[in-house]
Design a protein around this ligand. Structure first.
Ligand code: FA5
Ligand code: MG
Length: 422
C-alpha cells in the first residue's frame, strides 16, 4: 500500500499545538478539549460577537486618537501565537518566581518552559521593545479557573498600551518647564513608583482612566454605571480594576495601571506608560445581554446570525435562546490523604473543575462546592460538589446526564486519587 497517505503518528512524548511538537514533562497539563480551542480565533471570525466588540473598540481608538498626519495612533495586533514561554507570561512582567499566579493548578502548561498564555500582557515587552508607543493587542487566553456563567477556561482579552514622552505628558500644563517625568531619589508610595514624579503619574493615571471611561460610554452609552477599585498587579503601579453594573451586580471588566518603569527600560526608559487588559466576553455579555459565557462557542445559527450587521455600530437586540431546564447532580468524595511531607497538596479544586469541563464540556453550566467536612476520628476530609447541567440549545434527558455524571465519577477516582462516596 505504498500509495496511501502517511498515517499520523500519535506521539506519547509530545503535545502538538498548531502543527508544532512540544516535549511533555511533569508540568504538562493541557487537555485535548483545550487544545481543540487553539486556532478557533473567535475574535477574528467576521460577525462573531467577540469580533464585533473588538471592531468597536478599534473604531473608538482609531477615531479618538490620531497620530501626526492623521493616521491612527494605535496599531492593532490580533494574530500573535497563544503559545508563549513562561518567561514571557511571568518573568517579563516582573511576576516573582513564587507568585501564586504561576501555579500549575491555574495555568495550562505544554511543559515547564512553554504554556498557553494566561493573559495578553505576555506580549507587552516584545511589542514595546519593537519600538511601538501605542498599541492594541487582542487574543485568546487560557486559564484553569472556576466554572460559572462568567468564567470559561478559554476567553479573550484586549490589551492596550500607551507610552508618553515628557513633552506629551505636560503638553497642556502652562509654564511646565520645571516639571519632569522622572526623579532619582524618590520613594515608592501607594500613589507612585520610586522613579516617577507625582505630577507625571497623576496626569498619566488621569489619561488612562479618562480613556477607559470614554471607551465604556462609547460602547454602552451615558447611562452605564462604572466604578474604579484599587488593586495590585506586579507589572503596574498604581493599579486599578473597572467594574460595570450588570444584572444587579458589579462585574469586573478590566485591569489597568501605570506600567512599572522596569518594563520600559529596554528602549523606552525616558517615557511613562499606561496599560490595560480587558475581557472581551465580559464586555460583550454586558453590551448584548448575553447571559452565559458558553454561548460564545456556540455554532447554533440562532445565536450567530443575530450579530450579522451591515454596520458595526448598529445596535443588537439579542434574543436569548430560550433557557432549557437545568438538571443537577451531586458528587461527594474523600480527598486523597496528605502524602509524605515532601508531597504537598495533592488535590486542588481547579483539578476537579478541569476534569468536569474535560468530560462534561459545555453541558456543564456551573460547579459549586456545597459541603465539606472532616471526619472526627480519621481526620479525612470529604467534599461535595453540585454540578448543574444544562444544554444551551436543547433539553437534556436524565439518562444522558447520568452517563456523563458517571464518567466524571469514574475519572475523579482514577485521575485525582479521591475515593468516591457514590
Ligand atoms: C489580567 O489578566 C492583567 N493582565 C490585566 C492587566 C493588563 C493589568 C495590563 C494591568 C495592565 P485579570 O486576571 O484581572 O488581569 O483579567 C483581566 C480581565 O479578564 C478581567 O477583568 C475579566 O474581564 C477578564 N477575565 C479574567 N478571568 C476570566 C475568565 N475566567 N473568563 C472570562 N473573562 C475573564
Ligand atoms: Mg482581575
Amino acid at each position: 500500500d505504498s500509495g496511501s497517505a502517511p498515517r499520523p503518528v500519535i506521539d506519547q512524548d509530545c503535545v502538538e499545538v498548531s502543527g508544532r511538537p512540544y516535549p511533555r514533562d511533569d508540568f504538562t497539563n493541557v487537555t485535548p478539549k483545550i487544545l481543540a480551542k487553539v486556532g478557533r480565533d473567535l475574535h477574528n471570525q467576521r460577525h462573531h460577537p467577540l469580533w464585533l466588540i473588538k471592531e468597536r473598540i478599534k473604531a473608538f481608538f482609531y477615531s479618538s486618537y490620531m497620530g501626526r498626519g492623521g493616521n491612527p495612533l494605535f496599531s492593532v495586533h490580533d494574530n500573535l501565537n497563544p503559545v508563549v514561554t513562561t518567561e514571557q507570561n511571568f518573568d517579563s512582567l516582573l511576576i516573582p518566581p513564587d507568585h501564586p499566579s504561576r501555579k500549575q493548578g491555574d495555568n495550562y502548561f505544554l511543559n515547564r518552559t512553554t504554556m498557553l498564555r494566561a493573559h495578553t500582557s505576555a506580549h507587552q515587552r516584545e511589542l514595546v521593545k519593537s519600538g511601538l508607543d501605542a498599541f492594541l493587542l487582542a487574543g485568546d487566553v487560557y486559564r484553569r479557573d472556576e466554572i460559572d456563567s462568567c468564567h470559561y477556561p478559554v476567553f479573550h482579552q484586549m490589551e492596550g498600551v500607551r507610552l508618553f514622552t515628557e513633552r506629551q505628558v505636560f503638553s497642556n500644563v502652562p509654564d511646565s518647564e520645571e516639571l519632569s517625568l522622572l526623579e532619582h531619589s524618590g520613594r515608592r508610595t501607594p500613589h507612585k513608583q520610586e522613579t516617577h514624579t507625582l505630577e507625571a503619574v497623576k496626569l498619566v493615571e488621569f489619561n488612562l482612566k479618562q480613556t477607559l471611561t470614554r471607551l465604556i460610554t462609547h460602547l454602552f452609552g451615558q447611562d452605564v454605571e462604572v466604578r474604579w477599585v484599587g488593586c495590585y498587579f506586579p507589572f503596574t503601579h498604581p493599579s486599578f480594576e473597572m467594574e460595570v453594573r450588570f444584572q444587579g451586580d458589579w462585574l469586573e471588566v478590566l485591569g489597568c495601571g501605570v506600567m512599572e518603569q522596569q518594563l520600559l527600560n529596554s528602549g523606552a526608559g525616558d517615557k511613562l506608560g499606561w496599560a490595560f487588559g480587558l475581557g472581551l466576553e465580559r464586555l460583550a455579555m454586558v453590551l448584548y445581554q448575553i447571559p452565559d459565557i458558553r454561548l460564545f462557542w456556540s455554532q447554533d445559527e440562532r445565536f450567530l446570525t443575530q450579530f450579522i450587521l451591515d454596520d458595526i455600530h448598529q445596535p443588537v437586540c439579542f434574543q436569548p435562546l430560550s433557557k432549557y431546564p437545568p438538571l443537577h447532580n451531586d458528587i461527594s468524595f474523600w480527598l486523597p490523604e496528605a502524602g509524605p511531607e515532601a508531597e504537598p497538596q495533592s488535590f486542588t479544586a481547579n483539578d476537579f473543575y478541569d476534569l468536569v469541563r474535560s468530560i462534561g464540556g459545555d453541558l456543564v453550566e456551573k460547579v459549586t462546592l456545597v459541603d465539606e467536612f472532616t471526619h472526627p476520628q480519621s481526620r479525612r476530609r470529604s467534599q461535595c460538589y453540585r454540578i448543574i447541567y444544562r444544554h444551551m440549545e436543547r433539553t437534556l434527558s436524565q439518562q444522558e446526564v447520568r452517563l456523563v455524571h458517571k464518567e466524571i465519577e469514574d475519572a475523579a477516582e482514577a485521575e485525582l486519587g479521591v475515593q468516591g462516596r457514590y
